[in-house]
Design a protein around this ligand. Structure first.
Ligand code: SF4
Length: 373
């Protein structure tokens, strides 16, 4: 995989375990891990000099060999409904997008994991941008750090502005699992951002080996971008289905769900596209497919963007789809469109992806086989 890796130790992206290993390798006592992580994630240190209670020797070492690097905010837009979208510069020079959606007591941050995406789901604006590079763990966590800092004053009545994180921004998280796994660990760690494992969600288009790997490394929540009730249709809409068909995907999810314990389920994301997958027959087929599967279903009426050939479904079809699934016993929500006036709605994130040459079929094969290893 293409990585734009830092030359120095990327402090923001080190999980507690990784930080402990790095510091014990330098002969530091275990309590240093706590000190450094608190400076980074609780006290928002932007310079190593700010860490006044760590030893001079460690600070001098960090000065030469480590860095605190978060993505630089290039622009911020605020929607009429309060949704915010930041354009942030990644190390590669391209720009990613991060979206904050306030809803009462909940504040959800939609975080990017890659610059662009190689998977090319047919309805997705990010997929149309091609692929440029993976984000580092520090850049993934950095999006949360930026959001918390920016919004802190506005949400001072609660512990955190961001109560939920979803890795549903640009990119396929499980094609960048090496960076996503420590980033998620920091988000859930009390020495990091202390967000409940129920409220940090990794979303995948269906990278089955990545789901199997997740089971060994995290118990964050999992969402699947299903979008079709059968392989023939899913092969067209979500091309990775040709490699990992629905039965194989649901099998891996069932296995992961066992890891989560009772009362936790997998989220099924289903974008409704007018005339494509929003008909009564699709609702019936979806309900049969998911019978007995531990899940809740999110229906997402498609948000059109310039150049897409797909259309938003009618309100009547959306209502039928939801009512049918609820009638069959599924917990089913229709996701309200948020931030559409600033192109921040689901599926509209495009960023600014330069050097898209890696979107060739050959690169796609390499990316997928790297995920399998
Ligand atoms: S929907 Fe997700 S996995 Fe598919 S192309 Fe878009 S960003 Fe990539």
């Amino acid at each position: 995989m293409n990585e734009t890796q830092p030359e120095k130790l990327d402090l923001l992206g080190l999980s507690q375990h990784q930080m402990h290993q790095a510091l014990s390798g330098l002969g530091e006592k275990p309590y240093r891990t706590q000190q450094v992580m608190k400076w980074l994630h609780h006290r928002d240190a932007s310079d190593i000099h700010e860490m006044t209670d760590i030893s001079k020797k460690l600070r001098a070492h960090f000065e030469v060999a480590a860095e605190i690097h978060e993505p630089e905010v290039l622009s911020e837009k605020v929607s009429q409904d309060g949704t915010r979208k930041w354009l942030m510069r990644a190390r590669s020079g391209s720009a990613i997008e991060t979206v904050f959606i306030p809803e009462g007591a909940r504040g959800t941050l939609c975080v990017s994991s890659q610059v662009g995406c190689v998977l090319d789901c047919k309805f997705c604006s990010t997929g149309k941008q091609g692929f440029n590079s993976n984000l580092t763990a520090g850049e993934i966590v950095g999006q949360l750090r930026v959001a918390e800092r920016t919004l802190r004053d506005q949400f001072s009545d609660r512990n955190r502005a961001v109560t939920n994180v979803v890795l549903m921004g640009m990119g396929e998280p499980l094609l960048n699992a090496d960076q996503v796994i420590p980033a998620v660990s920091i988000m859930m760690d009390d020495l990091g951002y202390g967000i409940s494992k129920r409220k940090v969600t990794i979303s995948t288009a269906g990278v089955v080996p990545g789901i199997r790997r997740l089971k060994e490394t995290t118990d964050a929540s999992l969402a699947i971008s299903l979008h079709a009730p059968n392989d023939a249709l899913r092969d067209q809409l979500v091309p990775i289905n040709r490699k990992y068909p629905i039965a194989m995907l649901l099998d891996a999810c069932r296995d992961y769900a066992e890891n989560l314990g009772e009362k936790r389920t997998i989220t099924i994301e289903y974008i409704l596209l007018d005339g494509i997958n929003d008909q009564a027959e699709h609702a019936v087929e979806l309900s049969r497919l998911l019978a007995g599967f531990p899940c809740k279903i999110n229906l997402i009426p498609f948000n059109p963007y310039p150049g897409t050939g797909y259309k938003r479904p009618s309100a009547k079809n959306v209502r039928f789809f939801q009512e049918y699934l609820v009638g069959q016993g599924f917990s089913t929500m229709v996701r309200t469109t948020r931030g559409a006036d600033i192109d921040a709605a689901c599926g509209q994130l495009a960023g600014q992806v330069e050097d898209r040459t890696r979107r060739s079929e050959r690169y796609q094969r390499i990316a997928l086989s790297a995920a399998v290893e």
